[in-house]
Design a protein around this ligand. Sequence first.
Ligand code: PEP
Ligand code: MN
Length: 364
Amino acid sequence: MLVVMRAHATEEQVRAVCKKIEDLGYRAHAMPGSERTAIGITGNQGEVEAGTLEEMPGVQELIRVSKPYKLVSRDVKQENTVIRFPGTSATFGGQGLAVVAGPCAIESREQALIVAEQVCRAGAQFFRGGAYKPRTSPYSFQGLGEEGLQIMAEIRETFGMKIVTEAIDNESLALVEEYADVIQIGARNMQNFSLLKRAGRSKKPVLLKRGMSATLEEFLMAAEYVMSEGNYNVILCERGVRTFADHTRNTLDLSVVPAVQRLSHLPIVVDPSHGTGKRNKVTPLSRAAIAVGADGLMVEVHHQPDRALSDGMQSLYPEQFDELMTQVRQIAGVLGRTVPAIGARVAAAPGTATRSEIASPAAH
Ligand code: PEP
Ligand code: MN
């Protein structure tokens, strides 16, 4: 059920309706829009007793939401959700595209800083890197854990990029939310409902990757789990699904982008690295992702992909990422969207660490 407030309803009236909903034993989710506020009601098993709510001051109408996902739905909020980050112009869902780039995993301080400088220079506003890696084999590199998070915090300080990193369980989520700007929930955890609920109680935005075999509805329901706990800053990420095609690691389902945008107000970005698993396909699919209307990209970049501890095959060389950004910028322009130019911090601060300085931290 959805309570639509009148255009000029006061904050007090919105608060009173929320209180009434909570008194009835449900949960109220006020979603302010540019024209009016809508209040989603969750926690009800059957029909909500509408009578008392309908009569309250400031209420325009009550609408039944027929879809299984509610807070995620455009029925609840018509305009796109824009996720902002204090101190930067970077957004997810705004007119500017979000570019998240970095290695699959944080392997060392030196590796992370070298890649960070490169992707920042190319225009990425978000730095990615796994400190906790969900690996198919228990014998593969599992990530540096908290040390990896500390390295990323240093990268935020040095380059001004915001940090996106994955939490694989409730324990790592507690640390990730302390250090990171965006909490990534990986494909393998898209239906880890206790983790989704825990992420929903966090104050940090959540980047939710589509499960390898998830339908659109399952994907949106996973986002609903996060939102139902009160965290409305969810970014969806298409990263490919399993099909019979074996020329790529996964099949990047770009048609999900307009499909999501029709049903949901949440931003959606595309990860062509995991989506294809092959370096030579990352740039073409990045172009396609922006052309289809994605709100941004997540791309794996490594300065020595052949030495990477994970996902080297799909990691771009920094020079390839530069080229990707140049191409994507042109496509974005056609759609009236923008991609940031040279990373502000790198360009503005002549004293910023250079590659050689990073390579020999002991010299400082
Ligand atoms: C990743 O982003 O490094 C990752 C593990 O992605 P996914 O969950 O999509 O496999
Ligand atoms: Mn990876």
